[in-house]
Ligand binder design. Structure first.
Ligand code: ADP
Ligand code: MG
Length: 297
């Protein structure tokens, strides 16, 4: 049985089974089965993910384990498929006309593309923050925070609402700045505050995973620092996957990293992934070394 959101979409992932393809249990999530994830968090495993726009293959055979309560940075030159990969992690790629994908994305071991899985349920557990802050500009700050619940038709009483607004804004590092003007429009905030409002909105539905696509690239250095602090504070309670083109940022906020590359005329793929420190200090591939040291891209 599939929910309305699933049946209405043009595609389902149709994993292309290939002989010898590793399963997460075999090789992608060492230790993942050993310990339960910290409360509230989850782990994501992408297994042999391929993505197309029309006839163009833009990602080929991407497998990555994103561990619970960990910040994983996706790095690589423009156009190598980082955003496409991130969008596949919460089923946004399928909404692009003509787009297709193959492979599996497992949230705590269960495929988010399986036919019984509702899109709204997936999106609630795997939130997204975009490059450009996108609060509802005319909506109040408080209503922006709970917009995800309202859209999901989740009922909440007055006192729970006030509590949730405060806790989500506190986690997003914005509470002190807005507590006296919660009924003012979200659009009146500065760019950096709007981005933290979007983080609060994503957190209010209590996701297990938070995806962030270059969340600071439209922000000034001070706002960027503030968001980085927020990411660091959040990491114990939500699993974060962040795309960044800023190598210092990747080094500051992430514990693990994956280097994507699309060499001329070829689809994007992961060259190397592992602890961020290893990628920066002891990369195994010379292309990783060249990229992290700013020699290209
Ligand atoms: P990155 O985020 O690493 O810059 P993207 O995932 O945005 O890369 O893009 C990967 C490839 O897919 C690029 O070649 C890009 O031109 C192409 N692409 C991205 N979005 C679309 C789209 N909506 N339609 C067609 N091609 C696209
Ligand atoms: Mg991108």
């Amino acid at each position: 049985m599939s929910g309305p959101d699933v049946s209405g979409t043009a595609l389902q992932a149709k994993p292309e089974k290939s002989a010898g393809r590793p399963t997460p249990a075999q090789s992608l999530t060492p230790g993942a089965a050993d310990a339960p994830d910290p409360a509230g968090t989850g782990h994501l495993d992408a297994v042999a993910v391929c993505a197309w726009f029309g006839p163009a293959l833009v990602l080929n055979d991407v497998s990555l384990s994103m561990q619970a309560a960990t910040v994983t940075a996706l790095i690589g030159p423009s156009g190598c498929g980082k955003s496409t990969f991130l969008r596949i992690l919460n089923r946004m790629h399928e909404s692009v006309p003509g787009a297709r994908l193959a492979g599996e994305v497992l949230l705590n071991g269960k495929d988010i593309y399986s036919s019984g899985r509702r899109l709204t349920d997936v999106r609630r557990q795997i939130g997204m923050v975009f490059q450009k802050p996108n609060p509802f500009p005319a909506m109040s700050i408080a209503d922006n925070v709970i917009a995800g619940l309202t859209l999901n038709k989740i009922k909440i009483n007055r006192s729970d609402r006030a509590e949730l607004v405060e806790s989500a804004l506190t986690k997003a590092g914005l509470w002190a700045e807005v507590k006296d003007r919660l009924s003012r429009p979200g659009g009146q905030l500065s760019g950096g505050q709007q981005q933290r409002l979007c983080i609060a909105r994503a957190l209010a539905v209590k996701p297990k995973i938070l995806l962030m696509d270059e969340p600071c690239s439209a922000l000034d250095p001070t706002s960027t620092r503030r968001i980085e602090e927020t990411i660091t504070e959040l990491r114990t309670e939500v699993t974060i996957v962040i795309v960044t083109h800023n190598m210092q940022q990747a080094a500051r906020v992430s514990e693990r990293a994956a280097f994507f590359l699309a060499e001329q005329g070829t689809p994007g793929t992961i060259v190397e992934s592992g602890p961020t420190e290893d990628l920066f200090e002891h990369p195994t591939d010379s292309r990783t070394a060249d990229y992290v040291h700013g020699r290209f891209g």
